[in-house]
Write a protein that binds this ligand. Structure first.
Ligand SMILES: [Fe+2]
Length: 356
């Protein structure tokens, strides 16, 4: 596991702008978002509370997936029942010619395998320690957001936890604190950013519950690069612990679907109930920011080097891991390396045990 420590309390970054440009350009020179569909991964396509007898159509990398319950059994198929009635059957390599994708029910989601069905092991479903494995959360804890950009841009946006200071400060707090530290860790499959801020002014909306003018915040984003599955934890102490599964399902390079689930802890029943409804405000603010960025983000044709600061370390690491996965898959290697087991326990890394 590689680690970078970035303390914002350190002295001003003395590295020149040109140096920074050249260094980041060499990291990201081969990064081509939206141009390669990484495969052999489980995608949390839809929350199971929304799946019934009538099929729901979802898309991963332009490929249709119909989800339904047939006699109570969850199925993911390449065709709608109407297509099947008309004798039109898709039966691609993604279903080994059967028309049915491998599917697993876990954490309240239907996880569909995108890749070679022969490699679909349930052990490769990402571990989500902050959601009940058997599902069962109230229906409205599950929400759905559409972003008009590629999944790679959503992942980078979530890894840039400082963006919340500007876009969602009403909810998560502003950048002023006594101490603010950012750590980036990565494996061959994941990038994790941890931000620890001490003595932040409590945002107005949290003040009634936190009963304190300042709070400590520990914010963690873990991104599974192959699939865009993002685990989020915002621990505001005193205050609530916001735990989310935030998929970034790549529908097309211009559209990402996020069937999000909230499991807020350490707060009142009312706050826990109301919080998921913030999705559409927060999601709208993010889409406002990412939508106009997407055409430029996807266009890697120019030699114009990106401007990066040390706060972009997690985003740069994402590009590096992404590029390495693409390179391996271009060579026909779809395997998971020993350090990249998606099923490993990440309770500690997600900072889910709160010291009280
Ligand atoms: Fe955001």
């Amino acid at each position: 596991m590689t680690t970078t420590d970035l303390s914002t309390t350190a002295s001003a970054d003395s590295e020149s702008v040109d140096n920074r440009k050249n260094r980041s350009a060499s990291i990201t020179a081969g990064f081509r978002p939206g141009s390669f569909a990484l495969r052999d991964a489980w995608f949390p396509v839809l929350q199971t509370v929304f799946i019934g007898r009538r099929p729901s159509l979802r898309v991963i990398h332009g490929r249709p997936i119909y989800l339904a319950r047939e006699n109570g059994v969850l199925v993911a198929t390449e065709d709608s029942p109407r297509d099947r009635d008309r004798g039109r059957l898709r039966a691609s390599e993604f279903t080994a010619g059967t028309g049915r994708y491998p599917v697993v029910e876990r954490y309240g989601y239907a996880w569909v395998w995108y890749g070679d069905p022969a490699n679909a092991s349930p052990d490769l479903v990402p571990r989500v320690p902050h959601l009940p494995e058997a599902g069962g959360l109230p229906r409205h804890f599950h929400q759905n957001v559409i972003f008009d950009c590629s999944y790679e841009l959503i992942c980078e946006n979530l890894l840039d936890l400082t963006h919340a200071d500007f876009l969602h400060s009403w909810l998560t707090g502003d950048p002023l604190s006594e101490h603010d530290e950012i750590t980036v860790e990565s494996t061959s499959e994941t990038v994790t950013m941890t931000r620890t801020a001490v003595g932040r002014p409590t945002p107005k909306i949290q003040r009634g519950l936190a009963k304190s003018d300042t709070q400590d915040a520990c914010l963690v984003t873990m991104v599974h690069v192959r699939s865009g599955v993002c685990l989020l934890h915002g621990d505001f102490n005193p205050g609530m612990s916001v735990r989310m599964l935030h998929p970034a399902n790549p529908e097309t390079p211009g559209r990402t679907r996020t069937p999000v689930t909230y499991n807020v802890q350490h707060t009142t029943k009312l706050a826990r109930t109301v919080f998921p409804f913030s999705t559409h405000i927060v999601g709208g603010q993010d889409n406002w920011a990412v939508r106009p960025q997407n055409p430029l983000y996807l266009d890697r044709s120019t030699d114009e080097k990106d401007m990066n600061s040390r706060f972009d370390a997690a985003g740069l690491r994402f590009r590096k891991v992404h590029q390495e996965l693409v390179d391996r898959q271009r060579r026909g290697d779809y395997s998971y390396l020993a350090d990249g087991d998606p099923g490993r326990d990440v309770t500690e890394q997600m900072r889910l045990e709160r010291p009280r």
